[in-house]
Design a protein around this ligand. Structure first.
Ligand code: GLU
Length: 309
């Protein structure tokens, strides 16, 4: 008879095979030119268990651009340093229903961005930090939350992003003009671009997911990195808003909190204190990793991890 560990390894392998098979069906992001260099057939999945044991298949140590998943780290740092009352005085907790970099509702519906996991909301939260926290300090936080000291900036992606990021600059200036953004718009956007340009691996994302699935605790040391309520806030926003305009469908099918990035990563805190990180740079029309979604749906169903069932 198989023990639980063997069963989990087998299911993660099944998830890898599902993700790898589907991976190449998507398209690698090209609106940030440096991202277009990724290989759409790459795929990897890494699971960090509550025991600390790590299960990985495929490209689990390949570095890629964290992109939007950095929004989770920015939010975690802001909640820890400023508290939730301060953070949510400038941003809401609602799904937006618009694309991740939309500027539309900021001017027509509400000057407070809908949530911290879309560009406007992440820029708003970054503005709470810019001027008080340096990029080097943010990098240390990123390493701490990802349980991975190898997280580093990819300068080429940063320059690529900064030279094509006019829409994000427009968002920052609009927020400033409405009196919502606290920091300097240029300084804020620069910090945001640098955070989006961090290089991580599927294993780093499994580490971040592990902290979130263990109520904010680093399972390797027992050290608390985030308090229970802040962890709940992040996980809930990931569940409702983390997968762009595909969040609803992903919630039905996989039922996990998750945050994706256009670099091809997905970070998914799951049941049983499991942290899952996937990497597959071929994206669907919403900007989510095709292989990552397939693998997470597979694993969630195989291990009965849907949060609402
Ligand atoms: N740095 C990207 C941007 O602001 C983030 C894209 C993403 O992963 O959603 O456009």
């Amino acid at each position: 008879m198989q023990n639980t560990e063997q069963i989990i390894i087998e299911k993660v392998k099944g998830a890898y095979e599902a993700g790898k098979k589907g991976a190449a069906a998507g398209t690698v992001a090209s609106y940030i030119p440096e991202l277009a260099k990724s290989d759409g057939s790459d795929f990897g999945i890494c699971v960090m268990q509550r025991s600390g044991s790590i299960i990985g298949f495929g490209d689990t140590d390949r570095y890629f651009s964290i992109q939007s998943i950095s929004k989770v780290i920015i939010l975690a740092v802001a909640l820890r340093m400023l508290g939730d009352a301060e953070v949510f005085s400038g941003v809401q907790m609602e799904p937006s229903g618009d694309s991740f970099n939309s500027i539309l509702k900021l001017d027509t519906a509400s000057s407070k961005p809908y949530n911290p996991l879309i560009n406007a909301g992440a820029i708003q939260v970054t503005g709470d930090l810019a001027g008080n926290v340096t990029f080097d300090e943010m990098l240390s936080f990123a390493r701490e939350f990802c349980l991975d000291d190898s997280v580093h900036i990819n300068e080429a992606v940063y320059h690529s992003e900064a030279s094509t990021g006019d829409r994000n600059r427009a968002i920052a200036y609009l927020l400033k003009s409405k009196g919502v953004l606290k920091g300097d718009p240029m300084e804020t956007v620069d910090l945001y671009f640098r955070m989006c340009s961090l290089n991580v691996t599927a294993k780093s994302l499994a580490g971040l997911a592990s902290v979130l699935s263990n109520n904010g605790v680093d399972i390797r040391t027992g050290r608390r990195l985030l308090d229970d309520y802040h962890t709940r806030v992040i996980n809930t926003l990931m569940f409702t808003c983390g997968m762009y305009d595909g969040s609803g469908e992903f919630a039905v099918k996989a039922g996990l909190p998750a945050k994706s990035g256009v670099g091809g990563g997905i970070c998914a805190p799951a049941r049983y204190g499991m942290g899952i990180g996937t990497y597959g740079p071929a994206l669907d029309a919403h900007g989510n990793s095709v292989g990552g979604i397939m693998a997470l749906e597979y694993l969630s169903n195989a291990l009965h991890m849907h949060m609402l069932q």
